[in-house]
Design a protein around this ligand. Structure first.
Ligand code: C2E
Ligand code: CA
Ligand code: CA
Length: 752
């Protein structure tokens, strides 16, 4: 307990289960979020990949189609050119070949042909570069002789060994083919046409025929070097391409366009489209790297964005958890730390109680402690001094409790403790020690004030009973020693239980009793001290049970004051008195003023003045026939309110009596401010008449009242000597057994 307290004061506490719980939820949420994000990213990257892929394919296709258009255009242009020249040659005297060929020089240069020439039907050729060869075996020659104008596949030039393509077209004379016009074109020039930059230089093109035979290869660094046949290159360089080559082969055979993904140092995409010239096809290729690069760029951004989001989420979550924890800590401190002592609050005490009680093997008891008249210390010395006293008690309790015992400041000057013991005798010894310690208290380091502890103890016999019932029992036990100067503690016992039972019984029957007029009014006359004439009376309530027994007010008034029923009884008495006065008046008897007691609770019922006066008006009772008694203890409750109520009553013409004067803490100076007409000296002072100090007190009260113009009534006067002393000192009225006891209405009427 002590250890725990220190921990508590320092604010170090193990995390609550609830708190851990929240952290777990936080972690799980974060994990779920991360997994969710991961799945979303995978889906996203797949979609992205697919869309990039289709974007790449369509770019490849576009680029292939573009090349197709360029090549078709170029080749068709050249063939048209040859056909045009061939037409011209037909009109020339064909026999002079060399001369005709020489006439082509300009054209040859203008169109960047390597050479142009004419081939005779026997294959002998005349060319612009003066080379003579027999080209009868060349297929372009054979095609042209068949009447077909073509461009040849890539051939090796017989002169110089360069790669060439040859355009050829027949030369007609009278609708007979008399020779072939040809133009040789360096493959390199054709290749230049294909070297259109695609994908920022990453893509490249081939021209192959249906068999895959290379027509034009690519100079691109990533392309197949010295490619003779595309299929062969694909197969020899990577055996994984078998299926792709089969597809490609099939499609080229059929003259279809399409794409494949194949392997050549990583994946590449290939698009193929027939050129429409010979059986040639334009092939565009791009490495999948490009796609990956693009993908990576986008994915990198996406990943960093997701990571940032996740980080922000985690940070926010962390922040929330931390602030929540702080707030909880603050709330817990508010709820569980008593601000005055820094120790356990009552809430904390209640929370810890069951576990501590369950753990203990010794006997256990609940203590409920306060000190008598704490209010007096607050009122007389100020709240700071009151707080000091609370801390003083706390400190004593802190050293007094034993290991594992629980204690807390409950409210005002009330403390609770759960203590352990083996024998009741030992517990009593400890209690004696505690009370002894508590009684030495110094206010402002010089004023020694004896504080009187009041402790109620309830021994816990049955641990299964409710915690509140234990604490209640201890509190009730404490109430029994309240105001007793020589007994400081009491154990909850049968008698207390009995009185609680008694109270419960009263509470159960009080309303019926009021309805059934079981409450009756007794009157105790007040006598003029000089003339000994009756000049007034006090109305005192009695409870006459159905069986006829009379219950004195002290048996039920304190309970009614606690439960609030007193206001109902007071106004019942008030009305009874009014009716009594009315009946006297009706019978022609002159009434004397009768005082009724006003419980302090009336101060808070702002309507009561109106209710009282209305009732008196109804019965036409002069205001002077009813007087009001207010006990002194009501003054310390709420002075401002009381002052207001008294002033209003005074203005209405009521006479106000201050009851039980000298038993509360009202300062004599306060009398000056209050609208008091009569001061009732309490019986306890009258009892002390005869004693030197007792006389002095009476003398003081009387002379003070006289100086303030306040009339004096002495209560509880039983002896002649008391009466005489009071009369001698100038006391105005006497109320007490010496003259008359409280009596029933009929008896009082007779007396009047
Ligand atoms: P209290 O207002 O101080 O009333 C005076 C009490 O002193 C009465 O006791 C009265 O019977 C008693 N008494 C009068 N002269 C003598 C005497 O010479 N010797 C002794 N020993 N006692 C004397 P009671 O009637 O038992 O009333 C007790 C208290 O109950 C009252 O004290 C008052 O505080 C309260 N009480 C009685 N009736 C009412 C009521 O209608 N309303 C309220 N709010 N309180 C009431
Ligand atoms: Ca009274
Ligand atoms: Ca009194």
């Amino acid at each position: 307990m002590t250890n725990e307290k220190i921990q508590y004061n320092n604010g170090h506490r193990h995390k609550s289960k609830n708190n851990n719980h929240k952290i777990y939820i936080g972690i799980i949420t974060t994990l779920l979020l991360a997994v969710g994000m991961f799945i979303a990213l995978v889906i996203y990257s797949n979609t992205l990949q697919r869309s990039f892929q289709s974007e790449i394919i369509s770019s490849l296709k576009e680029s292939a189609n573009q090349s197709v258009a360029i090549l078709q255009n170029k080749i068709a242009g050249k063939i048209d050119l040859l056909m045009e020249i061939s037409d011209r040659i037909s009109t020339l005297p064909i026999k002079d070949y060399q001369k005709t060929v020489d006439g082509l020089d300009d054209t040859c240069a203008r169109y960047h042909f390597k050479r142009m020439g004419i081939i005779l039907p026997n294959g002998d050729a005349y060319s612009t570069d003066q080379q003579f060869m027999n080209l009868s075996d060349r297929s372009y020659f054979k095609n042209a002789m068949q009447g077909i104008s073509t461009i040849s596949d890539t051939l090796i030039d017989r002169i110089g060994g360069e790669s060439i393509n040859v355009y050829s077209t027949p030369i007609y004379e009278d609708n007979h083919i008399v020779g072939v016009l040809f133009a040789t074109y360096a493959s390199n020039d054709l290749r230049n046409l294909l070297a259109v930059p695609t994908f920022e230089g990453e893509g490249y093109l081939y021209l192959v025929n249906r068999e895959g035979t290379c027509i034009i290869d690519s100079s691109h660094p990533k392309s197949y070097k010295n490619m003779k046949n595309l299929f062969d290159s694909m197969l020899t360089l990577d055996s994984n391409n078998k299926d792709e080559v089969a597809t490609l082969r099939e499609h080229l055979q059929k003259g279809q366009e399409g794409y494949i993904k194949f392997n050549n140092h990583g994946y590449r995409y290939m698009y193929y489209a027939p050129l429409g010239v010979n059986d040639w096809n334009v092939i565009t290729v791009i490495s999948a790297d490009v796609l990956e690069k693009k993908m990576n760029q986008v994915m990198y951004k996406t990943y960093s964005l997701s990571a940032s989001l996740l980080a922000i989420f985690i940070m926010t979550l962390g922040y929330i958890l931390i602030t929540q924890r702080k707030n909880r800590q603050i709330i817990m401190d508010i709820a569980y730390v008593d601000p005055l002592t820094g120790g356990y609050s009552y809430a904390k005490f209640q929370k810890e109680f069951p576990a501590v009680l369950a753990d203990v093997t010794r006997k256990a008891a609940i203590l409920n402690l306060d000190i008598d008249d704490f209010k007096f210390i607050n009122d007389a010395f100020g709240y700071r001094e009151g707080d000091n006293l609370i801390r003083y008690i706390w400190n004593i309790l802190s050293t007094w409790v034993e290991k594992d015992e629980l204690y807390a400041h409950q409210s005002a000057d009330v403390f609770v403790a759960l203590v352990f013991y083996d024998e009741e005798e030992k517990l009593r010894e400890r209690l004696d020690d505690l009370c002894e310690q508590l009684q030495h208290y110094y206010i402002r380091h010089n004023n020694k004030v004896r504080i009187v502890p009041a402790i109620g103890i309830h021994e816990i016999m049955n641990k299964t009973q409710s915690q509140d019932s234990f604490i209640d029992a201890a509190r009730l036990a404490r109430k029994t020693v309240k105001g007793k100067m020589d007994i400081f503690y009491a154990f909850y016992d049968e008698a207390i239980k009995e009185s609680i039972y008694h109270d419960k019984e009263i509470e159960a029957t009080m309303q019926d009793a009021l309805n059934n007029h079981e409450f009756i009014v007794y009157y105790q006359p007040k006598y003029n001290a000089d003339t000994q004439q009756i000049e007034g009376a006090e109305a005192l309530v009695r409870w006459q049970k159905k069986d006829g027994t009379l219950v004195p007010p002290n048996d039920f008034i304190p309970l009614f004051e606690r439960n609030g029923f007193i206001t109902a009884v007071d106004s019942y008495v008030f009305k009874s008195v009014c009716r009594f006065q009315r009946s006297l008046m009706d019978q022609g008897i002159t009434p004397v003023p009768i005082s009724v007691n006003l419980s302090r609770m009336h101060i808070y019922d702002l309507d009561f003045i109106e209710k009282y006066t209305t009732y008196m008006e109804q019965l036409q009772i002069p205001i002077s026939y009813i007087q009001l008694e207010i006990t002194e203890s009501a003054i310390s409750d709420n002075q401002a309110l009381l002052l207001d109520v008294l002033n209003r009553l005074h203005q209405l013409g009521f006479l106000i009596l201050l009851d039980d004067f000298g038993t509360g803490y009202s300062s004599m100076l306060m009398l000056k401010n209050l609208s008091i007409d009569v001061l009732k000296i309490d019986k306890s002072f009258v009892d002390n008449i005869g004693d030197h100090r007792g006389n002095k007190i009476i003398d003081g009260i009387i002379s003070l009242s006289q100086s303030l113009d306040i009339s004096i009534t002495a209560e509880g006067v039983e002896q002649q000597s008391q009466y005489e002393y009071l009369k001698m000192r100038g006391c105005n009225h006497i109320q007490g057994y010496y003259f008359a006891k409280p009596m029933a209405e009929a008896a009082f009427k007779k007396l009047l």
